[in-house]
Each structure stands twice: as structure tokens, then as C-alpha cells.
Design a protein around this ligand. Structure first.
Ligand code: PLP
Length: 470
């Protein structure tokens, strides 16, 4: 496979100036690339306009955050009205309407017909950190289980539970102790070399399970870890950063059964896959599996920062169960902020007013389009998708599923960089995911026309890149 000449997207003078100023002030660990040199002036719906007046179709939604689209007028209205009344008071210490209203609404949509409690934080990873604390406190057990390929955020809690890329952990040790990672069912590259559905030949307590889960029950629980020491299993119902990986339908039910058998808490990180993106409120709703704890963030408030850690009531309320965390054991100054809570209430209303159905319908149209593109091209090995959470995996060869070389251009770029860069040149924003995948996570408001426009661009880009490589 030959390397080819590729040039990064050109930028206009105003964006260029902004990037030059930014370079002198921003931390060096950010993941900006030359391939998406986006200097935003304003954004509306699914379109972003840069400082030089060029408009892009946004199929990234600020990393799956602006589900209702950029600057939705009803979100702005709700936030503005709240701002005129109260901006901050601290929701862990005092009372106000928008926080309570949001919690009540969330309890209606979160899976599980039982009493619930919520902790509001400011980012996804704070919801993850709270989940670890809830689980250890309630169970009085130390061990935490997570998955290879998982991404749960950047603090010590998030970083430890993630199993995504070594750069995210290098030189930060020691991490949180007592965490074990087990294989996620990434069937396209099964590390056991099994094939789904043939691999569903194991059972746990009479329930079929994919072979990879037997690593937990037959290897880990037999040789390494007493399940009675395990507080929590944390899992993304669809892996996001890992490459938009949808596990087989048997996976979450089997995990639920395993957790129940050993009184382990099961938490779903729905930070990226939740809030209607997959065509249901939550990805776990597709298989009707109910977690003990669900962590929601990103799209919850249409771009305002917030997370909600919703659980069975007894896990967070010591008046119900004394094993739950006690007053003072946790909290946040800004969590549940009045303005953000009002924006979240508005966002929930907008999403339930047709966006979930739209995600399912336009998502199916998009996925069919991607499959059609895949069938015509050698370098797309798999299209995975649920609603408007769609990923496609790039390969050297469909049959061997081998990865493309790490560097495919003469100036050192990899396949994800080239594809995102070529899309950007043509006015489309998409991001990479995992090692070799592209993720599609547009606002849930997109139309079939938007989808057709994006498909046309991606088809052109794949055709171009393939012609350079093969
Ligand atoms: C599945 C998942 N969990 C956790 C996080 C961390 O969220 P935040 O960046 O808001 O802390 C992310 C962010 O991308 C995510 O996708």
C-alpha cells in the first residue's frame, strides 16, 4: 500500500489569526488537529459558520452534545428566563424549582420502575466518579470492573476506568487501585477469534452469553477476583470513543444476570449514547436491561455542562438504606445549576417532542446509505449504527479485516485524519473514533436532506482516499 501526498485543509485569515493566538495560550494535551481547523463564529441547528464566513454541516454535534441542535431557541428562552431570576445558589445546599423539575422528569424517562435519586455534577466524568463512590460506599466492596475500549473521562476516576488508549494513562500512575478491565464484545475484531452469533454457546445461569463474557465468569471470578469483593461493573451500552461498537443483544442481559447473582451493582455510562441519540431515550432501552445506576451527561442540557447520576433510591439515600452515602460524603458547588437545569428541562421537552423518532428514522436512512457506500468500497470493513450513532471502520482489506498502516500519507497522517480533513474541506464535520473508525453523531434534528448531503460528501471522500491508496 503506497503513501500519498495529502494537504491539510486551508483556512481563512480570521480563523488563522485565532489559531495563532490560541496556540500561545492553550494547554498542550488537547486533541485539536490540523484536519479540523474550525474557528467558530456562530452555529444554528446543524450548521456552523466560521469566522471567515464558511458554513459547515455538523455531524459531530460538539462530541454528541447538542442533540437539539446548536442554539435551540427554546433552550435559549428557558435559560434566559432562569438567568433573570437566579443564576447560582448551590443545589447541594439549597432548593429551587428547576433542579427538582429536572430530577422528576429524568426519573420518568430513566429505565426502572422503582424509586430513584439523582446526583447532579458538571461533566460526564463527575458522574463516573460519583458512581464509583456510590458503589464502594453502598457495597463496602473495593473492586471495580470496566471494559477494554471503554472511555469514561479524564480525571483519575475516569482515566482508571477507561481502557481506550495508552496516551490517556501514560505517566499518570498510580491510578485508582482495585480496577480490572475485561474484553468488550468488539465482534469485528474479536480477541478470542470467535464469530457472532456462533460464539453465543456459553450460558450463565441458563441465560445465553457471548463467549467473551466467560472471561469474567470462568477466568476472572475463578482465578483472580472473588465476585464478593466486586462493588461495580461499569459499562457503555454502546462504546463511543472505542469506535461506536454495538454489543450483541445477549451481552447486557447476561451482564445483568451476572451482577445480580453476586450482588454487584451494574452501572451504564449513557453519557454519549443516551438522550435519544439511538432512537430510544437510552441505548439500554433497546434490550430492556435496567441498570442500578445510569450516568447521563453531554446532550442533557443541549451544550450547557451537566451530568446526572441516577440510581435506585436506596443507593443514594441513607434514610432508605444506611449503607448509602451520608450527608457530607459527596457534593458539588455548581452541580444542578439553576440555569443549566432549566436548559435541561427544555432540552428534554424538545427531545421527547419528535427528536427520538427522527433519530431512529434519519439514522436508519443514514445507516442504509453507509452500507451502500461500504458495498462499493474496499476500505470500509463494517458499518455499525443505532439511530444517529453510526460508525464505520476502515480496513486495508475487507476479508482479513487488517488495519491500514498507521501512516498513510507522505506528511505522516493516519486514515482518520485524512478522512476527517477531506470531509472538512468539503464542508462536513465528522470525527474519528477508536483506532480506525469514523463516528457520525449529528444533532438529532437533522433532516434526510442533511443526511443525503453528508453521505454524498463521505462517498466522494472515500472514493478519493481509496484511489490514492490502492
Ligand atoms: C461514554 C463517555 N463517558 C464519559 C465521558 C466523559 O465526559 P466528560 O468529558 O463530560 O467528562 C465521555 C466523553 O466523551 C464519554 O463519551
Amino acid at each position: 500500500m503506497r503513501k500519498f501526498d495529502y494537504t491539510s485543509p486551508e483556512i481563512g485569515p480570521k480563523v488563522k489569526k485565532l489559531i495563532e493566538r490560541d496556540k500561545k495560550i492553550m494547554f498542550g494535551a488537547h486533541t485539536r488537529t490540523q484536519e479540523i481547523p474550525l474557528g467558530v463564529d456562530y452555529a444554528k441547528g446543524a450548521r456552523i459558520t466560521d469566522l471567515d464566513g464558511k458554513t459547515y454541516l455538523d455531524f459531530g454535534a460538539g462530541f454528541a452534545v447538542v442533540g437539539t441542535g446548536h442554539c435551540h431557541p427554546e433552550v435559549i428562552k428557558a435559560a434566559t428566563e432562569q438567568m433573570q431570576k437566579l443564576i447560582h445558589i448551590s443545589g447541594c445546599d439549597f432548593y429551587y424549582e428547576s433542579q427538582v423539575e429536572l430530577a422528576e422528569k429524568l426519573f420518568e424517562i430513566c429505565p426502572g420502575d422503582f424509586e430513584k435519586r439523582v446526583y447532579f455534577g458538571n461533566s460526564g466524568v463527575e458522574g463516573i466518579a460519583a458512581t464509583l463512590k456510590i458503589a464502594r460506599h453502598y457495597t463496602r466492596r473495593p473492586r471495580l470492573i470496566s471494559f477494554l475500549g471503554a472511555f469514561h473521562g479524564r480525571t483519575f476516576a475516569g482515566m482508571t476506568m477507561s481502557g481506550s488508549k495508552k496516551i490517556q494513562r501514560a505517566h499518570f500512575s498510580p491510578l485508582i487501585p482495585e480496577v480490572t478491565h475485561i474484553p468488550y464484545p468488539y465482534c469485528f475484531h474479536c480477541i478470542f477469534n470467535e464469530t457472532y452469533p456462533k460464539c453465543v454457546r456459553k450460558e450463565f445461569d441458563g441465560l445465553p452469553m457471548p463467549y467473551c463474557l466467560s472471561y469474567l465468569t470462568e477466568v476472572m471470578f475463578e482465578r483472580l477476583v472473588d465476585p464478593e469483593d466486586v462493588a461495580l461493573i461499569l459499562v457503555e451500552p454502546i462504546q463511543g470513543e472505542g469506535g461506536y461498537i454495538i454489543p450483541p443483544k445477549e451481552f447486557l442481559p447476561a451482564l445483568r444476570k451476572i451482577a445480580d447473582k453476586f450482588n454487584i451493582l451494574l452501572a451504564f455510562d449513557e453519557i454519549q449514547c443516551g438522550m435519544g441519540r439511538t432512537g430510544k431515550w437510552f441505548a439500554c432501552d433497546h434490550v430492556n436491561v435496567i441498570p442500578d445506576i445510569i450516568i447521563i451527561a453531554k446532550a442533557i442540557a443541549s451544550g450547557f455542562p451537566m451530568s446526572a447520576t441516577v440510581s435506585r433510591a436506596e443507593l443514594q439515600d441513607p434514610e432508605i438504606d444506611e449503607r448509602a452515602w451520608q450527608p457530607g460524603a459527596h457534593g458539588s458547588t455548581f452541580g444542578g445549576n439553576p440555569v443549566i437545569a432549566a436548559a435541561a428541562v427544555a432540552s428534554l421537552k424538545i427531545i421527547e417532542n419528535g427528536l427520538i423518532e427522527n433519530a431512529a428514522e434519519v439514522g436508519a436512512f443514514l445507516k442504509a446509505g453507509f452500507i451502500e457506500i461500504m458495498d462499493r468500497h474496499q476500505i470500509i470493513g463494517e458499518v455499525r449504527g443505532q439511530g444517529l450513532m453510526i460508525g464505520f471502520e476502515l480496513v486495508k482489506d475487507k476479508k482479513t479485516r487488517g488495519a491500514l498502516p498507521r501512516v498513510i500519507t507522505n506528511n505522516g497522517k493516519n486514515i482518520k485524519e485524512v478522512i476527517t480533513g477531506e470531509c472538512f474541506k468539503r464542508g462536513l464535520i465528522v470525527y474519528g473514533a477508536g483506532f480506525n473508525s469514523i463516528r457520525i453523531s449529528p444533532p438529532l434534528i437533522i433532516t434526510k436532506d442533511d443526511a443525503a448531503e453528508a453521505l454524498k460528501i463521505i462517498d466522494q471522500v472515500i472514493t478519493f482516499v481509496e484511489s490514492q491508496l490502492l
